[in-house]
Design a protein around this ligand. Structure first.
Ligand SMILES: [Zn+2]
Length: 177
């Protein structure tokens, strides 16, 4: 399964590296190399950074803390102190360095820097006005979280092309029966 970036927020896209959390859970960050690959796919770094021992577990710990904080935001529940602490610790280091070269953008840094950018993005979201716009995809199996940036605030699916169309096709089949 490929990484997807449909959530409108880097922190929520990171949470989305676990697909179908409730029933057919698939963790796309199975190995340290997966985490390194994700930081490049996310546009944070130009080259996959080394992943030191224990860094995958720490990254997954950050991901799950963001997941709990974001689902609390969806439910309008308070944000757990322990999860905020995990987020804040990850957000503290400097994010990747960005430089505009003659031949384009250069983004450099290590895994800690990349995860700092992820944590900052999640903190910006959950501490700001858009926290009220975090939603979970309405498709039955999909558990992806996203920021609803639609004017009316009625976006239901993480990705119209995938979950949205699938839901519409299912409704069509239902009507024909
Ligand atoms: Zn979905």
């Amino acid at each position: 399964m490929e990484f997807t970036f449909v959530s409108g927020n880097l922190g929520l896209d990171f949470v989305g590296t676990v697909a179908a959390r409730r029933e057919r859970r698939v963790d796309l960050l199975a190995e340290p190399a997966d985490l390194a690959r994700w930081t490049v796919a996310a546009g944070l770094l130009d080259a996959a950074p080394p992943v030191p021992a224990g860094a995958l577990a720490a990254g997954v710990g950050l991901r799950e803390a963001i997941h709990r904080l974001a689902t609390a935001a969806v439910a309008g529940a308070p944000l757990a102190a322990a999860d905020r602490e995990v987020l804040n610790r990850a957000a503290a280091p400097a994010p990747p360095a960005v430089r505009l070269d003659a031949d384009g953008l250069a983004r450099t840094g290590d895994l800690t820097a990349a995860l700092a950018a992820v944590a900052r993005s999640a903190a910006d979201l959950l501490g700001g006005p858009d926290a009220a716009r975090v939603r979970e995809c309405a498709a039955p199996l999909c558990t992806r979280l996203f920021v609803d940036a639609s004017r009316k605030g009625e976006r239901r699916w993480c990705d119209m092309r995938r979950c949205g169309n699938r839901a519409k096709a299912a409704a069509f089949r239902e009507r024909r029966r």
